[in-house]
Design a protein around this ligand. Structure first.
Ligand SMILES: [Mg+2]
Length: 190
């Protein structure tokens, strides 16, 4: 039997756009945490419901946001915590300290996401995991698993989820997702 495909979703600029300012051209879909005006990416709710209902997929969230923020997001898009097999918030990030040497001032600290933590939790194989994120460098240890989506900043005309579903169908059939071409849009600008 083919192992299910684990889909690990980012939240901000991937599924929604949240800002302390309202957008001029339209009202927010909901207000998150009492302070963030939040716009849902067009098609995101249908996309989430589709992959959650699909037996071929296991769906989780991995975000640099707080746990409360993520739970409010889930409610805001009309879903339940139990719809997701995994919810990893900022407490699940890996911290890396860069020492720039004696000539640099101080040290740099970066936090990133680590699919090994997901693998450990879900007991899946690394070649069956896809991380959907607008920032591939969130996963410096597993670029091959990242399916990059364009950053979402509140546009009304966005149809990325159609392509995303096609790509996920293709990846389900692949032996190793890391070997497949995951460029889902034409204007791959960076
Ligand atoms: Mg993001």
């Amino acid at each position: 039997m083919v192992e299910k495909l684990v889909i690990v979703l980012d939240v901000d600029e991937t599924l929604i756009y949240s800002s302390t300012h309202t957008l001029l051209n339209r009202p927010p879909d909901f207000v998150l945490g009492g302070e963030y005006f939040t716009h849902i990416r067009p098609g995101a709710i249908d996309f989430l419901k589709t992959i959650i209902a699909d037996d071929r997929f296991r769906v989780g969230i991995y975000s640099k946001a707080t746990g409360d923020y993520i739970l409010e997001f889930i409610t805001g898009v009309g879903l339940k915590e139990s719809d997701f097999e995994l919810i990893f918030d900022r407490s699940r990030l890996v911290k890396k300290v860069y020492d720039y040497g004696p000539w640099a001032r101080g040290r740099g600290i970066e936090y990133f996401k680590d699919l090994k933590k997901v693998k450990r939790r879900l007991g899946c194989h690394i070649d069956r995991m896809v991380a959907i994120d607008d920032i591939p460098s969130n996963y410096p240890r597993s670029y091959g698993n990242v399916l990059r989506v364009p950053e979402y900043v509140g546009e009304c005309d966005d149809n990325i989820f159609i392509k995303l579903l096609e790509c996920l169908n293709m990846l389900y059939g692949a032996d190793d997702v890391r070997q497949e071409n995951k460029h889902i849009y034409d204007n791959y600008d960076t």
